[in-house]
Design a protein around this ligand. Structure first.
Ligand SMILES: [Zn+2]
Length: 280
């Protein structure tokens, strides 16, 4: 039997939402009705192409920062909630989280990432690993959606699915099926509530073009360098979110990668795993 939902207890939990576009704007509407305090982070401005596809934005909002337009509109539906807006670009993996990112994650009880590109989502995941905070990552394709959760160390993180250096995947989607985005937002909102009340959720949920929802549970990939707590690299032992600290040239066959020292140790370890070695 399902426990009762403690809606009042839930209200005091703090939510950090990275990205307020196609999915993020939908998640903001839903979560602003459930939570007293939400921090939203984005650096984009509202463009004509965002109107009608992305919830919350109207013609008057064009050229405004999305965080500003989204919070203004969401507060009309949920005037008692507090929405903190951060109009900033966050670092892209292989760069580690900035102090700003870490302070947002530290403040929050749960984090949701919805950026189109996987790379800033990985950087947020590194911060969640460092601070041991749960994460829900929602990715939207043109005809499907995928929700990945990370709230327990034995379960797969969003980095556990990256297959190889050649394809650090990213999806840039302008026109998706809004019904898929709606359903993905509803499922995500249920997962937020479940994780915050200590209940289990699947590590991967896929929604297909027929709005069918399929879930599965994956264990952590032991070679993943994003959710590791310690990585042994050729420069020594690091936490995955640490900067490597010095310039290094790596070689694999003809391929040379130069790291300047401000990349994360997770990335150096990742390259080593795929056969990159220091060029002597
Ligand atoms: Zn992982």
């Amino acid at each position: 039997m399902q426990d009762n939902i403690d809606l009042l207890g839930l209200r005091t939990k703090k939510v950090a939402l990275f990205g307020v576009s196609f999915l993020g704007s939908r998640l903001l509407i839903r979560s602003s009705k459930m939570f007293d305090e939400i921090t939203i982070v984005d650096y984009d401005i509202v463009g004509e192409e965002n109107i009608s596809y992305q919830e919350l934005y109207t013609i008057e909002d064009i050229h405004l920062p999305k965080v500003l337009a989204a919070s203004r509109r969401a507060l009309q539906y949920a005037p008692l909630s507090r929405i903190y807006v951060i109009n900033a670009e966050i670092p892209f993996y292989p760069f580690p989280p900035s102090e700003l990112v870490e302070s947002i994650i530290d403040w929050s009880d749960i984090t949701i990432t919805t950026f189109d590109s996987l790379l800033p989502r990985l950087t947020v995941q590194l911060a969640c690993n460092k601070l041991n905070k749960p994460l829900i990552d929602v990715a939207l394709g043109s005809q499907d959606a995928e929700i990945r959760t990370w709230y327990r160390r034995d379960k797969a993180c969003i980095g556990c699915y990256i297959a190889g250096f050649e394809k650090l995947p990213s999806r840039t989607v302008y026109a998706s099926d809004p019904r898929i985005a709606d359903l993905a937002s509803d499922v995500t909102t249920i997962y937020i509530e479940k994780i915050l009340s200590g209940r289990d959720v699947p590590s991967v949920t896929k929604i297909d073009v027929n709005l069918e929802v399929k879930t599965r549970d994956d264990a952590r990939d032991k070679t993943c360098t994003i959710c590791a707590t310690e990585v042994q690299t050729l420069l020594g032992s690091f936490k995955p979110w640490d900067k490597i600290g010095r310039t290094i040239k790596l070689k694999r066959g003809e391929d040379i990668v130069e790291l300047r020292g401000n990349e994360s140790a997770s990335f150096l370890k990742y390259l080593e795993r795929f056969g990159y070695n220091e060029e002597k």
